[in-house]
Design a protein around this ligand. Sequence first.
Ligand code: SF4
Ligand code: F3S
Length: 110
Amino acid sequence: MPFAVTQACINCKYTDCVEVCPMNCFVEGPNFLAINPDECIDCSICVPECPVGAIINAAEATPEQQADVDLNARLAADPRWQRISSRKAPQPDHAHWSTVADKRALLLQP
Ligand code: SF4
Ligand code: F3S
């Protein structure tokens, strides 16, 4: 099973994760990243890089996190979501949003 970015990333988007991925399998939207499940090799290198612990092994997803796993697959197949492999500045209010748990409704599309 691939790894997946959960909703903890929304409105934070620290992008530390993309620098270490050997497969460059992250794609980017305005306030969230997703992992392409068809490219992820399950190395887990990205997991400890995320300051908010947003990346999970899809095989260990809770029923609530399964929505995020499905979302990663859907967004990775959307041509509007472009590949990202270099770190950039996080979202402006990342410190605030890092403390908010339920953010899925805030996801923005490109
Ligand atoms: Fe990339 Fe490895 Fe993370 Fe998959 S688990 S997204 S291959 S760093
Ligand atoms: Fe998101 Fe964490 Fe990467 S906040 S952009 S999954 S470092």
